[in-house]
Write a protein that binds this ligand. Structure first.
Ligand code: SAH
Length: 211
């Protein structure tokens, strides 16, 4: 039988024939089936978003790949992820960044993600329970910031927590459809670098929906 790591490699090479070798390698080291609900494990190596419990979903591998690839210039630094859910993106990121700080607003997911992260050898990740819409000021400045839930507009706290030259990616749009916009901080201002269309669950909190 083909190994799980090989299954992810086959999928990613088909989706992204000429892309970042480092992200592909990190993704092939992490067993995605560990992070999804028991009934969905056989779908873990397809390009689908899948249930992780508590009404939330794990992003498609292609989306995780794009989010992390956009931050390649700041690999090796400190990453903040808001909306860490199952911990899958954080586990892949732990192979690319020195430290990964996560905030998740569903307590059940904070607990299950810590178990998943332990099981996949991601010791440089910490997960905090709470509203991460305003980032995590205590650990700023970050080299990279990723929001894994969609915001109505760019959270105002973000710029102050990103170091000069750092990169941040946030899905911004409506509750059902967003543009994942990547910014770089240049001379204190955020400059737009790139974007792609996406569909994330809503960011609920002070600087998100219902804030
Ligand atoms: N990257 C995750 C995907 C999680 S889906 C993974 O790999 O599994 C988005 C997550 O954002 C959900 O778990 C949701 O509970 C969380 N979320 C939404 N608003 C949030 C907020 N204000 N602070 C922290 N987490 C939030």
């Amino acid at each position: 039988m083909i190994s799980k790591a090989a299954e992810m490699t086959v999928l990613l090479n088909r989706l992204f024939p000429d892309q970042s070798a480092r992200v592909l390698e990190a993704m092939s080291e992490v067993q995605r089936d560990v992070f999804v609900d028991p009934g969905w494990k056989r779908m873990a190596y397809t390009d689908s978003s899948l249930p992780i419990g508590h009404g939330q979903t794990i992003s498609k591998p292609a989306t995780v790949f794009r989010m992390l690839s956009a931050l390649e210039p700041v690999f090796g630094g400190k990453l903040l992820e808001t909306g860490s859910g199952s911990g899958y993106l954080a586990s892949v990121a732990s192979r690319l960044f020195n430290r990964v700080y996560c905030v998740e607003r569903v307590l059940g997911l904070v607990e299950s993600s810590r178990t998943n992260l332990r099981q996949t050898g991601s010791g440089n990740v910490v997960v905090r329970y709470g509203d991460g819409s305003s980032g995590w000021a205590e650990h700023a400045l970050f080299d990279g910031i990723l929001y894994s839930a969609g915001a109505p507009e760019l959270p105002v706290s973000l710029a102050g927590q990103l170091r000069e030259g750092g990169l941040a990616g946030v899905p911004v749009g409506t509750k059902s459809s967003q543009e994942f916009i990547v910014w770089r901080k240049v001379e204190g201002e955020l400059e737009r670098v790139s974007s792609f269309t996406c569909s994330f669950v809503p960011l609920i909190g002070k600087e998100g929906w219902n804030g």
